[in-house]
Design a protein around this ligand. Structure first.
Ligand SMILES: Nc1ncnc2c1ncn2[C@@H]1O[C@H](COP(=O)(O)OP(=O)(O)O)[C@@H](O)[C@H]1O
Ligand SMILES: [Mg+2]
Length: 509
């Protein structure tokens, strides 16, 4: 007898319908899976056999052939266990034939229980888009599946329960999500709060400007000055994610297998801090079955590259294109996959190998050539994509010992949110999100036109004296736009422009 069951695959971040056909025919007992399955799918045979037996069903001692269609799509991972098991039960008449209304997803363990499976969110999204009415998922993943509206989610804990459900003996109640509405306030648990960081007021201000306009930042300073600490405080001053953004990020974490069990929806903006020994594929994504890299895991959030010059040149070069495009394309054996990668870069570095070049209190022991070589490890084109350079000096004892509590991150965040709101209104006609994304046309319309006279003459002077390039000219204007937005003003005055110029102090290009 032949049975057909629908299931899904994930390619990159997108789902794809896979039809599982099970044929049971006369002949010596055999079990084969065809249709480009990888090793994890081949191993499904052993899991399905034990799971079927251990859940009180009979495993047919006949010739079983499983075909996964379309045949040209490489099938990966263990999510096909459940549809294969259901197909065997249907083909052997132990449960009724499954129509075309439902999709089955999930990995089985040997005792017939369903286990957490990666990529549930994109697969359920696809099932809904293709008009399926119900989706059977592991009970552990029901919360994640229920983030998709318009499709019934049936939580399955094991094959025994599913068997009686399909025979209509004891139906499983569809999953009803209890926490549909995302919490308005993101939790600040585990995040560094600005109020615990002493001094460094100008760095905090620079980070606030960066967060407001989505600008990339590079912090330079001696070891122990607090660069890492300041970077870690960044997520708490960023505005909360919108529901579509949260869903996008959750999809990425679901496919990468990084979704925590008790949080079906990621609501905290990502903060990723990969070590400088990271591989190329680890950072940009890739592998035989392409997986999202760190730049995709920081989509809509912060990518923090600490000790920037220590990263291999080739690795740093590979993030240039994604920084421009907001997406990364990874090649694989069959074509390419595209992952989203729209992140804010926060980088930190010491000014020289010993770390004390330019420090007023401690002598730098590096030779002049060593300092230059160190600073030149980061290529010009990458530096060009950084809007804000900020020095992080050592904090004086008085400030560290001070009992005064600094401004909490929540206050900074509300200013950032207000300025983002101004940007949202400004860009409501286009698909830009923040000032950093403006192109030359928008710079002319939204920045140059709003310059006050005094600011214009200051800009002319700076262009001549600092020898600024055309690119630097645009960056300064975009930064000035963000600073004015933070102040709640449309016009760009000389004070805002002067602050923007000051963030361009390094390299001058
Ligand atoms: N401004 C500061 N206020 C409070 N603690 C600080 C400050 N700067 C540094 N520290 C302390 O010093 C430690 C080291 O700082 P870190 O951020 O790792 O420095 P860096 O990355 O610049 O080498 C921090 O974990 C923190 O305990
Ligand atoms: Mg550090």
């Amino acid at each position: 007898m032949l049975a057909k069951v629908n299931s899904c695959a994930v390619i990159g971040l997108d789902g794809e319908v896979v039809e599982v056909e099970v044929d049971i025919s006369q002949g010596l007992p055999a079990f084969s899976i065809v249709g480009l399955p990888d090793t994890a799918v081949q191993e499904a045979k052993e899991r399905v056999r034990s799971a079927v037996r251990n859940s009180g069903h009979e495993f047919p001692l006949r010739r079983i052939t499983v075909n996964l269609a379309p045949a040209d799509l490489r099938k990966e991972g263990p999510a096909y266990d459940l549809p294969i098991a259901v197909g065997i039960l249907a083909a052997s008449g132990q449960v009724p034939a499954q129509g075309d209304a439902a999709v089955f997803l999930g990995e089985l363990s040997l005792d017939g229980k369903l286990r957490h499976t990666n990529g549930i969110l994109p697969m359920v999204g696809l099932a809904r888009d293709r008009g399926f009415q119900a989706v059977y998922v592991p009970a552990d993943d029901a919360g994640e599946a229920a983030l998709i509206d318009g499709i019934q989610v049936v939580p399955v804990s094991d094959l025994v329960q599913l068997g009686s459900h399909l025979r209509d003996a004891q139906p499983i109640a569809p999953f009803v999500s209890t926490e549909r509405q995302p919490a308005a306030e993101p939790t600040s648990e585990g995040l560094v709060d600005f109020c615990h960081i002493r001094g460094q007021e100008h760095v905090k201000r620079a980070l606030e400007v960066a967060a407001a306009g989505g600008h990339n930042v590079l912090m330079t300073g001696p070891p122990g000055a607090g660069k890492t600490l300041l970077a870690r405080a960044m997520p708490a001053i960023l505005p909360p994610m919108t529901p579509p953004e949260a869903l996008d990020v959750t999809k990425i974490y679901s496919v990468a297998g990084l979704l925590p069990q008790d949080t079906p929806l990621v609501q905290q903006r990502p903060f990723r801090a990969p070590h400088h020994t990271i591989s190329h594929a680890g950072l940009v994504g890739g592998g035989r079955h392409p997986r999202p890299g760190e730049i995709t895991l920081s989509h809509r959030g912060v990518l923090f590259l600490d000790e920037l010059p220590e990263f291999p040149h080739s690795v740093l070069e590979s993030i240039r294109q994604p920084m421009e495009d907001g997406v990364v394309t990874v090649s694989r054996a069959q074509g390419t996959v595209t992952f989203p990668a729209s992140f804010m870069l926060v980088a930190a570095m010491n000014p020289c190998p010993c770390g004390f070049y330019g420090d007023p209190g401690k002598q730098c022991t590096c030779s002049a050539t060593a300092v230059t070589r160190y600073q030149h490890r980061i290529s010009g084109p990458l530096l060009d994509r950084i809007d804000i350079y900020v020095e992080v000096p050592r904090v004086e004892y008085e400030k560290l010992a001070d009992e005064v509590v600094a401004e909490p991150s929540a206050d900074v965040r509300s200013r950032v949110e207000a300025s983002r709101e101004r940007q949202r209104l400004r860009f409501s006609e286009s698909n830009l999100v923040c000032n950093a994304e403006m192109g030359p046309v928008e710079v002319r319309e939204f920045c140059q036109r709003h310059l006050e006279d005094e600011a214009k003459s200051l800009l002319r002077m700076a262009m001549n004296q600092l020898n600024l390039s055309a690119r630097a000219f645009h960056r300064v204007l975009k930064l000035a736009r963000t600073i004015s937005d933070l102040g709640g003003s449309d016009a760009i005055g000389s004070a805002e422009l002067a602050e923007a110029l000051q963030y361009r102090q390094r390299g001058g290009s």
